[in-house]
Design a protein around this ligand. Structure first.
Ligand code: C2E
Ligand code: CA
Ligand code: CA
Length: 647
């Protein structure tokens, strides 16, 4: 018999369970859509935890997820009692129920106890009663699990709970796996982004190094000025521009004189420093449209846009005047001379290369003229011709004995006595008039004619001295280029000249301080020999070179000539005064006679006298004079009263 009450209650139960079913399906659906659209993985785990907890009525619900290392798992989601504390914790995989679930790929709940081995049973029994856990199995990997702890309603989790949770897990696994994949993609994107950023950084670095390379390939490392390539680039741009605007361009080539010696004497580091300082001085004077570049070595070049011949020469003079003041290199005053060659586009040169080569020949010509500055002359091309003619003329002058010696007196400051005369070469040419040695000595030197000239000068001066000494005791000084001294044949030639006349003690040889030091070792033997003959040695142009007095004293010298550049303004320029005074003191301590050259006025003479300078030479006393005039000078001179100057 069917119990009506029973049927009723069964129908109610059925209704209830249908309703529950509906709610559960609804919950599952919602969960699925919710996590399907959620990209933040942690939020996904959170949603899973909350929905699962509602589904099985657990006091606490946790979502342990296998970590990337596959050795640990981390509670990534949690809901209910104590979940806050647990979420974020990591444990080794073999640990706890999660480890068991992972190992067996099966859910854990009370019913499992029947399936445990005896030893396993003891291990898990305590927890099993209040815990349920189902695996989250992805399509390819085990992902982790969903575990509920303690039923809110009390008692154990039922098989129904297990079924529900398993169904739930199988649905959300897919969603979790998708979210993880999206997350991985995001991570990869971030990695890509990182790569991109690093790549950009590398690119920037590359750009910088290529800029640096570009800098190195366009700029000179010593002076920081544009180098030859950049100069050519700028010049051709300027030329294009000039053609368009029908303007002219001047090119100024500057070559430092005797820089090789400076470099040798100072050392390359200081030589570089000097180049830098010269560059800075030029640079300060360069206009914004002009290009100053270093062509290499001691050559600078300046492009002068919109400059005709006159304007270019004007600029050249301005640049030349920048070298008038000496340069300070490590407490030394270094005088720098340079030769300036100018050529102009398009009137003189029709392209960049001829412009440069014309400026070069003008510069070469400038080396041989007194002003040190030359404009190229295209019509006559007189640079090369002029130079060749000059060489031919000088050769002829040597053969025809056209050279002459002028004599300039050196006076004892203490008693105004004439002590010696400096012999200075002059070429009195029919076409050119009186040519100064600055103009012809270089040409002689460059054409290996200087030795011949020098032997003539020594011979002539010695004959003259011998003659004069019959009336008035004095030495005659001859300027000797170190090149001549270094010549292996020098001693033999000197013997030949002096040997015949036997009056070597009438001679003084003046040797430039500059070259003295660099050739010290090679020269000292020759100098000893010269001294042995009774010839006095004098250091010329002292102060413009780099030798220290203590070094010079090791040579058999007896006289020191302070360069005229220090003497000229000794009465007004404090620096010059210091140099002059200290040089005199030091030289005296070393037993040297001090000569001041270039004494032009009484004020300078007074200062020299105050500092006990021994000898004076200069226009104040007399200009260099031809023989006859010099003889007149010293005949009259003996009548001078002592202390005629500066008292
Ligand atoms: P240096 O040996 O320093 O000769 C002194 C120069 O200063 C001479 O120039 C002289 O005329 C000039 N001078 C003399 N007193 C004064 C003065 O009060 N004020 C100024 N501003 N200058 C004065 P010069 O005769 O033109 O000779 C120039 C250089 O040529 C000489 O300089 C010397 O280095 C060289 N030189 C001259 N003759 C010979 C020579 O026969 N052989 C060699 N190797 N070089 C020579
Ligand atoms: Ca001299
Ligand atoms: Ca001198």
């Amino acid at each position: 018999m069917i119990n009506e009450n029973n049927i009723k209650s069964n129908v109610v139960d059925l209704n209830q369970s249908l309703k529950d079913r509906e709610i559960e399906i609804d919950l599952l659906q919602k969960t699925f859509t919710e996590i399907g659209s959620e990209l933040d993985l942690d939020k996904v785990f959170q949603i899973v935890a909350e929905r699962a907890r509602a589904l099985v009525g657990a006091e606490t619900l946790l979502v342990p997820i296998l970590d990337e290392n596959c050795e640990t798992y981390t509670y990534r989601g949690g809901s209910g009692k104590n979940s806050d504390e647990i979420v974020g914790e990591s444990l080794p995989l073999e640990f706890g129920v999660c480890g068991w679930v992972w190992k067996h790929k099966r859910p854990w709940w009370l019913g499992v106890l029947d399936e445990l081995n005896d030893d396993e049973r003891n291990l898990w029994e305590e927890e099993a009663g209040t815990m349920i856990m189902v695996p989250l199995q992805g399509r390819r990997h085990f992902l982790g699990g969903i575990s509920g702890i303690n039923k809110i309603s009390g008692g154990e989790f039922t098989r129904r709970d297990l079924n529900l949770l398993q169904m739930f897990a199988s649905i959300v696994s897919i969603a979790i796996e998708n979210a993880m994949a999206v997350n991985n993609m995001e991570k990869t994107r971030q990695v890509n982004d990182d790569y991109r950023i690093r790549l950009e950084m590398l690119n920037r670095q590359l750009l910088e190094s290529s800029k640096e390379l570009e800098y190195l390939s366009l700029y000179d490392t010593v002076t920081g000025l544009p180098n030859r390539s950049l100069f050519h680039d700028r010049l051709s741009r300027n030329i294009t521009q000039a053609i368009l605007s029908e303007e002219e361009i001047g090119l100024l080539l500057i070559d430092l004189d005797r820089f090789k010696e400076v470099n040798e004497a100072l050392g390359h580091e200081r030589g570089d420093l000097l180049l830098k300082k010269i560059a800075r001085r030029f640079e300060r004077n360069t206009k914004s449209n002009e290009t100053l570049a270093r062509l290499g070595g001691d050559e600078f070049v300046i492009v002068l846009p919109d400059c005709d011949e006159e304007a270019s020469m004007q600029r050249a003079k301005e640049f030349k005047s920048l070298l008038e003041d000496p340069f300070n290199i490590v407490n030394m005053k270094i005088a720098v001379n340079a030769s300036f060659g100018v050529s102009v586009f398009p009137s003189q040169s029709d392209d960049a290369s001829s412009l440069l080569s014309h400026a070069d020949s003008a510069m070469y010509e400038a080396k041989n003229n007194a002003t040190g500055l030359c404009l190229y002359d295209p019509e006559l091309d007189h640079m090369t011709r002029g130079h060749l003619v000059m060489v031919a003329d000088i050769r002829r002058a040597l053969e025809n004995n056209e050279f002459e010696l002028y004599y300039q007196p050196k006076i004892s400051i203490k008693d105004n006595k004439l002590v010696s005369a400096e012999a200075l070469g002059r070429w009195v040419s029919v076409e050119r008039g009186v040519v100064s040695p600055d103009n012809f000595i270089k040409v002689l030197e460059q054409n290996s004619l200087l030795d011949e000239y020098t032997y003539w000068a020594i011979d002539t001066a010695l004959q003259q001295a011998k003659q004069w000494n019959e009336k008035c005791p004095m030495r005659v000084a001859v300027n000797l280029s170190p090149q001549t001294l270094m010549n292996p044949g020098f001693i033999k030639n000197l013997d030949r000249i002096v040997g015949e006349k036997k009056n070597a003690e009438y001679l003084i040889f003046e040797i430039t301080e500059n070259l003295f030091l660099s050739e010290y070792d090679a020269l000292s033997e020759v100098l000893e020999y010269i001294c042995g003959l009774g010839i006095e040695l004098s250091i010329d142009d002292y102060g413009t070179g780099y030798s220290s007095l203590s070094r010079l004293i090791k040579l058999p010298v007896s006289e020191l000539k302070i360069d005229k550049s220090f003497v000229k303004n000794v009465d007004t320029n404090k620096d010059d005064e210091v140099v002059v005074r200290s040089t005199i003191d030091l030289a005296h301590n070393l037993g040297l006679t001090v000569v001041a050259e270039g004494v032009e006025d009484e004020a300078a003479m007074r200062v020299l006298r105050k500092y006990n300078c021994d000898v004076a030479q200069g226009y104040l006393i007399s200009k260099p004079l031809p023989v006859m005039e010099f003889e007149q000078f010293f005949q009259n001179y003996s009548g001078f009263t002592i202390g005629a100057w500066g008292n």
